[in-house]
Write a protein that binds this ligand. Structure first.
Ligand code: TMP
Length: 194
């Protein structure tokens, strides 16, 4: 099973992805996006630089390059070997941030990300819903996206709501506010229900 965790910055996805992977057992592969290979981690560093100026399409293509490498060399082999994979962000992040919030177009980004992953989408996506103001308080604000402020996070949050409606067979929305344990229990319930 391939599960992705999605949400705005400061939604608690990284903590919840780790707890979910632990709960699924020691064979579970936990990864984050962008990241998970040498090249993808270097792309991550580049994309996080607050001072970096970048054309939106170039930004998307860097995320997709990282995702293509991670998918082909890490995720597919793990799934083929029968392992569960939990990913802290995946393709929906590009759809929400680059497609909707940056205005590249949702359909265009879905199509390009499909090419990068050769059509691989998660079996289940858990969307952690938190108020953008709560997320901003929780996020450390030190990367390029967080430093753009509340307006970007609001646009991303709205895009995720649209994605959850369009892809309701795959995406489960979970209330991300409350204690880490409370949210973990909701995430487990969402996974069990599938
Ligand atoms: P993280 O800090 O939540 O792990 O993610 C890094 C940042 O990159 C975060 O602000 C969201 C952004 N991002 C995109 O804009 N598009 C993408 O496709 C991915 C995976 C992340």
């Amino acid at each position: 099973m391939f599960v992705s965790l999605e949400g705005i910055d400061g939604s608690g996805k990284s903590t919840q992805a780790r707890l979910l992977a632990e709960a699924l057992g020691p064979e579970t592969l936990l990864i984050r996006e962008p990241g998970g290979t040498g090249a993808a981690e270097r792309i991550r560093e580049l994309l996080a630089e607050p001072a970096l100026e970048l054309d939106p399409l170039a930004e998307l293509l860097l995320f997709l390059a990282a995702r293509a490498d991670l998918t082909a060399r890490v995720i597919r082999p793990a799934l083929d070997a029968g392992r569960d994979v939990v990913s802290d962000r995946f393709a929906d992040s590009s759809v929400a941030y680059q497609g909707a919030a940056r205005g590249l177009g949702v359909g265009e980004v879905i199509s390009l990300t499909g090419s990068a992953t050769e059509g691989l989408w998660p079996d289940l996506t858990v969307l952690l819903r938190v108020d953008p103001e709560v997320g901003m308080d929780r996020a450390d604000g030190d990367d390029r996206f967080e430093s753009e402020g509340l307006e970007l996070q609001r646009a991303v949050a709205q895009a995720y709501e649209e994605i959850a409606k369009i892809a309701s067979d795959r995406v489960v929305v979970v209330d991300g506010e409350g204690t880490v344990e409370e949210v973990h229990e909701r995430v487990m319930e969402a996974v069990r229900s599938r």
